[in-house]
Design a protein around this ligand. Sequence first.
Ligand code: C5P
Length: 208
Amino acid sequence: MTFTIAIDGPAAAGKGTLSRRIADEYGFHHLDTGLTYRATAKALLDRGLPFDDEAIAADVAQNLDLAGLDRSVLSAHAIGEAASRIAVMPSVRRALVEAQRGFAAREPGTVLDGRDIGTVVCPDAPVKLYVTASPEVRAKRRYDEILAGGGAADYGTILDDIRRRDERDMGRADSPLKPADDAHLLDTSEMSIEAAFSAAKSFIDAAL
Ligand code: C5P
């Protein structure tokens, strides 16, 4: 039997970094499920297909290849926005969740991060983490990241985007973002990645 670690939380809370660290530490496979929504959105954009047609979006989602996902080509802001729009469509979610569950079954273990892993995709995962931070801290991290990469950014615009994305992700009817009842909460507002990692490690080691 494989061992799955489910990591959820809002945008820019630090789940990605934490998930990669955990996957490296335990030699587990890692899937950033946000990329499955982003890749579906990008395929629609690239082909000039509409965003409001659920049947078309679900068809694209069904044919998604998990092997080809790469954040560096899917990181554009417009793709994230489009992803959160198609993520409200139940038949898009059904197709992507099925692929994600297939991934979660890989041996010897898996780390999946997203918005609904502990609640919907892998409700029986033996370890669930809900990683969060205040919108202001998350906006500041995004802002610093963009500047460090040589780009230009406006903090206020980023904060507005984060708030809007939170509202959409937490407010949708199908699989809203929320902590599973049995998730460990990690608020990284005033916590280093090192401290978050060691807290996560102690929860995992206790369950292994
Ligand atoms: O995490 P990331 O910003 O890449 O995700 C993009 C969008 O995909 C999110 O805003 C959310 O709407 C959607 N998503 C989701 N369920 C997941 C992962 C991402 O609805 N498990």
